[in-house]
Design a protein around this ligand. Sequence first.
Ligand code: SF4
Length: 467
Amino acid sequence: MSKSPEQFNIYSEKQAQEEAQKMQEKISKGEARDYSEAEQQVEAEKKYDPKSEYHVDLEDPEVKEKIEQAQKLYREFLQENFEKFDLSNEQSIEDVYNKAVEAGVFNKAEEIRELVFGKDIHFYGVSYLWDACVNHCHYCPGSVPNRQKAIKEGKEFPLRELSVPQAVEDTKAVMKDGHKHVCYLTGSTPSIDKYPDKIIPYLESVIEETKDDGLKEIILNVEPLTEEGFRKVAEAVRTVNERLGTNVSLQFRVFQETYNREVYTQMHPKGPKADYDFRIESQARALKAGVDNVGLGALFGLNKLPLEEIEALRQHAERLETEFGKAPARICLPSANELENIGVEIPYFIKRGIYNAGRKELAEKGNYERFDELIYALARLAMPKVNIVSSERDGEAMLKILDKYATCSTLNVHPGVGDNAKLFPKEEKEEFANVHFEQTTTFPRDPKSTIEEMKKRGYNPILGEIE
Ligand code: SF4
């Protein structure tokens, strides 16, 4: 009987199974960093799973204990300051901030962030598909009443809607910044029943046209759909993935804006968004319908009690995890900010400190900066294992502070339809050429220099190649 040559070290089935098992364990613990090239390849081909971002085994007793300590500190702070932290009294921000310093909130939040996520910073890019919206949100320049007001004041801006090929172009422009996760936003349409048929061709084409570019995730930050609607969208994404051999994950994300029902009703008097319950239940419907992941968010500055929002986000996240075994993939904590294009109504606008060089340097911390740091630190303590997002609604100097608690950020966001690919250059009437809907003022960062600067500060930015 011939013997195998010595150099052919035959791999037994048992060994192969053991290797596969080891690899699976590494994947579930998020230890992708230690992979061999082949393992990294396998990881890259796997569907995005937020759990892959953890640096530790969350079931490890020592890790569990540290998480419990962080949450305990959060609960004590919440109990003591729930009503004292009140945006109708700006002095309370400074007072509560100082108490948080004394209680060790910031140090503990940073510690728990580094325990669970290391120094990693994840990113996603943003593309607005259309801006027409039937809602009446008081704080948004694109809402029906605010648009009417703008038109009366002679500040009309043309509505924009990308065609499917334009959406692909805009996506490719976003991906040139190294993004593998792309968030799509749209205004609300008159009929949610027709929405799936409207959005599906965009998703199919984006997946198809980026199939060689490594798109990992679509974050659909759009109006809540019915369970049937979500099922249709999830099914369409699954079908196109199967057809192309791609593995693009689908996340549905919607911000509750405020979890306080009374404030919610004041802020959203009409339109489909007026239905608080339909919105708050939407993540559960999406998961039931087979969407891979969900995201939550609150917009600070609407409710005078910011701790009510953090606690409600925590409870919402906990309910989803208990019911579906899935914590939200990301949680967003933006603050309503200055809108340079149209004045809008923001109940509790907190004055910013003094910045130099755009927003690159913070010369003097104001109450806003204290407030913002505090809500991120408290959210980190409340939800240690959730990827918390900072956004370019804050400028570079503030974002550096938030890096201590947030584990994901936007990068080079242009909040106008088609602005990533500069799809509307001076095509419209001359006087409106640069006037268009922007949901918020943003401070986009240059990807290359931002990444280099983060590395210098000891962070590990996780982004694809920047072209
Ligand atoms: S915040 Fe969103 S839902 Fe509300 S009016 Fe603006 S675009 Fe529409």
